[in-house]
Design a protein around this ligand. Structure first.
Ligand code: AMO
Length: 437
């Protein structure tokens, strides 16, 4: 038995290790057996390395190695030798090999095969798909940007909270909810932490954020929608206007973008050159967008929300102005959920969406904190205040002015990394037809 399966990852090996014993471990990516010599390409978290096995040195070990199917997991203890002809500049001459797991044959899909693999095959075998360095790069960047968002929010006095995901009433007042049986009652999976993050504003915690999963029973199957997605949500109290929330949002986005920039190796693997972005992001009002759309002969009824067609035209206009990110502000009140704060005219709302290259990645607003106005708006939106009693209670005993936003993590990553399908940005996507793996 090899006492330590791995003493070094592939990229940790350098001149210092030459002519000494190392242990490496990973998946067999390829075996080239030339009869008297075999080259085994071993893949670990950092990359690949070459194990060079000579039959004359140890026939039994040679036979053992070359008989293994691709993607089997082994640990190799051997001498590290400098070799300029090998990509890493070194090779491992094995002394001991331990087989940790033998892969079945044939593989459902290859890891390095260049032949195009069907999208569905990739996602049916996501654990193998995730062995590809370009797929891993997406999730390493994802980790980095989420970490930077948390870091930024904590530095700005936000604390991380976790609110229930099994809820009794619709957070957004919509119909896109998954119903679940909750003992004798019916419940729903949360489509947003909206009502809870607002209730927390009645506590004195003042600034909260949550990074969690949300569930939306949207039936359409598009490249920009998931039925289970993740988001960064924030809520902040004692604000004068939605502008303060937008400032947090644009600065958080900038931090995340710049954090991604530090992932040089991953960006190179993905062949992405990130644009330089600056704050403040451009702000255009809903009415200005309608005008811009009109100028491009695209008519849309005033009051309607923008669909993917409109979003993409807006994205192109912004691109012409070299704007990667842009806010669309002052939406008609009727286009936004009941909790959105109206302007005095009751025609427009203190709301905004954050767009990035033709896709909405976040939305938010100042909220109504007056209980009577809130009830009025709930009714106007065709909902029953009775269904919101426990939420409304938080507005009866001291609720400061507040606002917040929801920021779609997969949507952001999709635009950041120029990926065509949102499913690429989540490990195990849930869509209209996919529930496994
Ligand atoms: P909204 O419904 O706009 O706002 O959602 C916020 C952000 O979440 C992302 N998103 C999605 N991503 C993938 N698939 C989906 N089906 C999906 N739905 C939404 C988008 C979107 O901008 N409560 C408000 C936020 C707030 O006002 O604080 C809300 O949920 O990037």
């Amino acid at each position: 038995m090899i006492e330590k399966y791995r003493t070094h990852y592939s990229k940790e090996i350098g001149k210092k290790e030459y002519n000494s014993i190392v242990s490496v471990a990973g998946w067999i990516e390829d075996i080239r057996n030339l009869g008297s010599i075999a080259f085994v390409i071993l893949r670990d978290k950092q990359g690949t390395l070459q194990v060079t096995c000579l039959k004359k040195d140890d026939k039994k070990l040679f036979e053992k190695l070359v008989s293994l199917p691709r993607e089997s997991v082994i640990s190799v203890k051997g001498i590290c030798k400098e070799n300029e002809k090998v990509r890493n500049g070194y090779e491992i001459l094995p002394k001991e090999v331990e087989i940790l797991s033998i892969s079945d044959k044939p593989l459902p899909m290859g890891v390095v095969d260049k032949t195009g693999i069907e999208f569905e095959t990739r996602f049916d075998n996501r654990f193998i798909d995730l062995r590809k360095i370009e797929i891993q790069a997406i999730f390493k960047i994802r980790d980095k940007v989420i970490d930077s968002a948390k870091d930024f929010l904590r530095k700005n006095d936000f604390i991380e909270v976790h609110t229930p995901k099994i809820i009794a009433s619709a957070s957004e007042g919509g119909t896109d909810l998954f119903k679940v049986k909750y003992f004798e009652k019916n419940a729903f999976l949360a489509q947003s932490p909206q009502l809870y993050k607002q209730m927390l504003m009645a506590t004195g915690l003042d600034r909260v954020f949550e990074i969690a999963w949300y569930f939306r029973a949207e039936k359409h199957n598009t490249t920009r929608h998931l039925n289970e997605s993740t988001a960064v949500d924030i809520e902040m109290a004692f604000i004068n206007s939605e502008e303060e929330v937008m400032k947090i949002l644009e600065n958080m986005t900038l931090e995340m973008w710049n954090a991604a920039k530090t992932c040089k190796e991953e960006l190179e693997i993905l062949d992405i050159d990130l644009e330089k972005i600056n704050v403040p992001f451009k702000r255009v009002t809903y009415d200005e967008v309608i005008e811009l759309l009109n100028e491009r002969d695209h008519k849309i009824e005033w009051g309607a929300d923008f669909g993917s067609k409109e979003e993409s035209i807006i994205g192109k206009i912004m691109e012409e102005e070299n704007e990667v990110f842009y806010f669309i502000t002052k939406y008609p009140l009727e286009a936004k959920p009941f909790y959105t704060m109206p302007y005095e005219d009751m025609k427009y709302s203190r709301s905004f969406d954050l767009g990035c290259k033709g896709l909405e990645i976040a939305s938010g607003s100042q909220r109504i904190h007056d209980k009577n106005l809130l009830i009025e708006r709930i009714e106007k939106c065709g909902l029953n205040p009775k269904d919101f009693e426990s939420y409304l209670k938080a507005f009866r005993y001291g609720m400061p002015p507040h606002g917040g936003f929801g920021f779609g993590i997969e949507r952001f990553l999709m635009q950041l990394l120029k990926l065509k399908n949102i499913r690429e940005c989540i490990l195990f996507p849930r869509d209209r037809t996919r529930l496994i793996p």
